[in-house]
Design a protein around this ligand. Structure first.
Ligand code: ASP
Length: 412
């Protein structure tokens, strides 16, 4: 018992993941047990995390805006964060496209008979302008009820800015927001302690249901996506952490491991947000920065999703025997970057937004059916990347802010 108490949460999460894989392998032939009994426990864990997502994003962004104390500072931190997110996402798409183009020759064009049997019911992909209009709420509560995160972020930023500009009259509300943020974080920490159990149950079910055969013929395209994920982590995040934040990448990945495992198993950036905030703060991010940058990133920054969309779009085009032109590849860079902004930080959302990318290059959306069965495996990796990108940004902006404060102190 004493030994068990000595192990830290990340170690318990690791144990939960490996135990889950083992149990999943035991139930490979008969996944009914894991689906009927373990998956629901995993779902309870995810539900508990999800129900707190709206209050976490609302209060942490409001508190983040308020603690920046000055509207101009909100603007400058916001712009830097946005530019960092967009640039890293565009780089991610390019990495995905280069890699998938190298292996294109190995993708077989599927016989048309097989393609005509595809039955993926494509949900209509939203138009770019509709995504932009949808960011601005026409109602205070509807986005919160629907957990529609982009408008919730706009509401949080506007309310935070309103409190700041109300001066003395806003002070009491600011204090209330700060207290609410603390309360919500405490509740979150209670739920986060259940992570090893949640991870165990979810992992066991994924392995038992999908098994080795899920990989089958799709192994190559999954492998390419994962190569892209790893390249992006090493090249982009490794150099961002080292050069922009001045931190050893090993220290960074060690510190972020609990959040990365949580993302890998829950496949939801939103559900991982609390753990990501905690890991980043422990790694030395300024709490007011992480509570602004991370919730924003969980909603608009999806580098893993962007790589997946690039790889999947080219793969599906090959299955239809379509050789994409340079203009179509350039269109993928643009639409995959935008689609990843519009992707919600929940499980499987990236696959729905893939429809937008496919439509923009004239590839049949039904092709999504080819990879829909293994989307979970793509999603595990892409979500891990998504939250890691947010964390690198939080550390960089924190460093810039510390430097700015030090400069201001010297001048004072
Ligand atoms: N599951 C991803 C996330 O939450 C989104 C996606 O499906 O690409 O970050």
């Amino acid at each position: 018992m004493k030994f068990a108490k000595k192990l830290s949460l990340p170690v318990w999460i690791f144990i939960g993941m490996f135990a889950g894989i083992l149990v999943g392998l035991c139930f490979l032939k008969n996944p009914a047990f894991t689906t009927d009994y373990l998956k629901p426990i995993g779902t309870i864990y995810i539900n508990l995390l999800k129900f707190l997502v709206v209050p976490v994003v609302l209060f942490s962004i409001m508190d983040g805006v308020i603690s920046l104390k000055d509207l101009r500072r909100v603007g400058s931190v916001g712009i830097k964060t946005f530019v960092y997110y967009m640039v890293t996402t565009a780089v991610a798409v390019v990495i995905g496209l280069i890699l998938v183009s190298c292996f294109k020759g190995a993708f077989p064009a599927l016989p048309s008979a097989e393609l005509s049997e595809l039955t993926y019911e494509a949900k209509e992909a939203p138009k770019i302008m509709d995504v932009i209009v949808g960011i601005f709420p026409d109602n205070l509560f509807a986005p919160m009820v629907k957990a529609d995160m982009l408008p919730v972020i706009v509401i949080a930023i506007l309310l935070g800015a309103g409190i700041l500009s109300a001066g003395e009259k806003g002070e009491k509300i600011a204090e209330l927001v700060n207290c609410m943020n603390e309360v919500i974080m405490r509740v979150l920490m209670m739920i986060v302690k259940l992570t090893p159990v949640g991870v165990f149950c979810l992992m066991a079910n994924v392995v038992a249901v999908n098994g080795p055969e899920i990989i089958g013929t799709l192994a190559l395209v999954i492998g390419i996506a994962y190569m892209g994920y790893i390249l992006h982590v090493v090249l982009v995040y490794g150099s961002s952490v080292r050069l922009l934040s001045g931190m050893s990448p090993i220290k960074f990945f060690k510190g972020l491991a609990p959040a990365m495992i949580c993302a890998f198993t829950t496949t939801s950036s939103n559900a991982t947000l609390p753990l990501n905030i905690e890991c980043c703060n422990k790694l030395g991010a300024e709490p007011e920065i992480s509570s602004f940058v991370l919730p924003l990133g969980a909603t608009i920054n999806m580098d893993g999703t962007a790589i997946y969309q690039a790889v999947a779009a080219v793969f599906i085009a090959c299955c239809y025997g379509i050789d994409l032109t340079f203009a179509q590849l350039a269109t993928i860079v643009l639409t995959a970057t935008l689609a990843s902004v519009g992707t919600a930080g929940v499980s499987g959302a990236g696959m729905i937004m893939l429809a937008m990318v496919l439509t923009s290059i004239g590839v049949p959306v039904e092709g999504i059916a080819i990879i829909a069965g293994v989307d979970k495996i793509f999603d595990m990796g892409r979500t891990t990347l998504n939250i890691t990108g947010d964390a690198t940004c939080a550390l960089w902006i924190s460093k810039l802010e510390r430097r700015r404060k030090a400069k201001a102190n010297i001048q004072a």
